[in-house]
Design a protein around this ligand. Structure first.
Ligand code: V47
Ligand code: SF4
Length: 361
């Protein structure tokens, strides 16, 4: 397609994208270094429209953060607490039941369940948690536990990673969210999240999840101390595993929010960078079907614009988001179906309500 670019280097990328050729590390650098945001966006939009036309997906979902007690102490986290701190919390199974019943009249299709690494909770708690959700919401998919939590559960139960996943799957787990990947760099890990599993372990667990017949998402936390080279390596690492397993469903770039964290001096990400990360993900991750613009992190308005920069999914209604709001997110805590559909349709796209597996509702 004839597109004109103010950054001449984008012509090379355009040729590759039009021919369906895979972009390499150097192409990633050209994209990240370019100030031709509209040009990068047009390229991503080309790919997005080829795959999804005018469709923009969302899911009617509910978040459930079962505990904020966590032993990892990641420096970028505003959500976690130590045991005994005044606003530390852990839901009992009865609390979980009550939370779900509060919204039982709504057509929730997905429960997004994640929490901190709370050493007081036994493995049985997690099985009961899944079973309880399944009992109350038999028709909804349970998207629960990041690779970080799976590693912790394997540690406390003595089961292998595979056995842990299979036990959770037997209890009713449907798929896994993409959190905990942060940025795949030993340098950044050492500085910001030294207690968390490293990128090799994260990828290994994801591979086992996919081998166990479950799909998962993938994320990248950007806008802290990472370099663009580290972002590109992260994307290429995900793409490599996806070539092997095809088990990733969506990729979600996560914009760092620094308020109430140990990194509060770091300024918020810019709209320029947020849109660039969506677009570059769409271009580099040629084997990922879905790229989410997570409105909680970048705001509803920018998420709408991101639909023109490669995103085909706005995640969901959510209702009560905690992790980013505790770090200062200004976005709404939840959106109604009407809010989301309006964001999509007023931008000229077609809203498509989906389930967790992208089946149309
Ligand atoms: O793993 C933590 C990140 C993740 C902050 O799979 C922060 O569908 C920004 O993974 N600022 C959890 N980000 C969220 C997540 C997610 C969200 C939506 C959909 C899906 C999905 C997954 O949030 C954590 C961490 O990477 N995070 N603190 C912060 N201050
Ligand atoms: Fe714990 Fe997750 Fe927060 Fe790290 S990001 S401290 S693992 S809750």
């Amino acid at each position: 397609m004839n597109i004109s670019f103010s950054d001449k280097k984008l012509y090379e990328i355009n040729e590759k994208v039009t021919d369906g050729q895979r972009l390499n590390f150097t192409d990633g650098l050209i994209l990240y270094k370019s100030h031709d945001l509209v040009g990068v966006g047009r390229l991503a939009d080309l790919v997005r429209r080829k795959r999804h036309g005018k469709k923009a997906y969302y899911v009617y979902n509910q978040h459930l953060n079962y505990t904020n007690i966590c032993i990892n102490h990641c420096l970028f986290c505003a959500y976690s607490r130590n045991k005994g701190e005044k606003d530390a919390f852990t839901f009992s199974i009865e609390d979980v039941r009550a939370r779900l019943l509060e919204r039982i009249d709504e057509p929730v299709r997905e429960l997004h369940v994640v929490g901190g690494l709370n050493p007081s909770l036994p493995f049985e708690y997690y099985i009961d948690l899944i079973k309880t959700i399944k009992e109350i919401r038999p028709e909804a998919a349970i998207k629960a536990f990041t690779a970080v939590e799976i590693d912790h559960l394997s540690g406390i139960s003595g089961f292998s990673i595979k056995e842990t996943i299979l036990k959770l799957k037997d209890a009713g787990l449907s798929m896994m969210p993409g959190g905990g990947a942060e940025i795949m760099s030993d340098r950044v890990r050492k500085k910001l999240f030294p207690r968390k599993i490293d990128s090799r372990k994260w990828l290994e667990i994801m591979e086992i999840i996919h081998e166990s017949g479950l799909t998962s998402n993938a994320t990248m936390l950007y806008g802290h101390i990472e370099t663009i080279e580290e972002r590109i390596n992260h994307l290429i690492g995900l793409r490599k595993l996806q070539d092997k397993t095809s088990g990733f469903s969506a990729f979600i770039p996560l914009a760092f929010h620094s308020k109430n964290t140990k990194l509060s001096q770091i300024p918020a990400t810019t709209a320029f960078d947020d849109l660039k990360n969506v677009a570059i993900a769409r271009l580099m991750l040629d084997n990922f079907e879905h790229i989410k613009a997570y409105w909680v992190m970048i705001g509803e308005k920018l998420a709408q614009v991101a639909l023109f920069f490669g995103a085909d999914d706005l995640d969901g209604t959510i209702i009560e988001e905690k992790i980013t709001h505790m770090a200062g997110a200004k976005s709404a805590k939840g959106l109604t179906r009407m809010n989301i559909e309006y964001l999509v349709s007023s931008a000229g796209f077609t809203p498509v309500e989906r389930d967790s597996f992208y089946n149309l509702v």
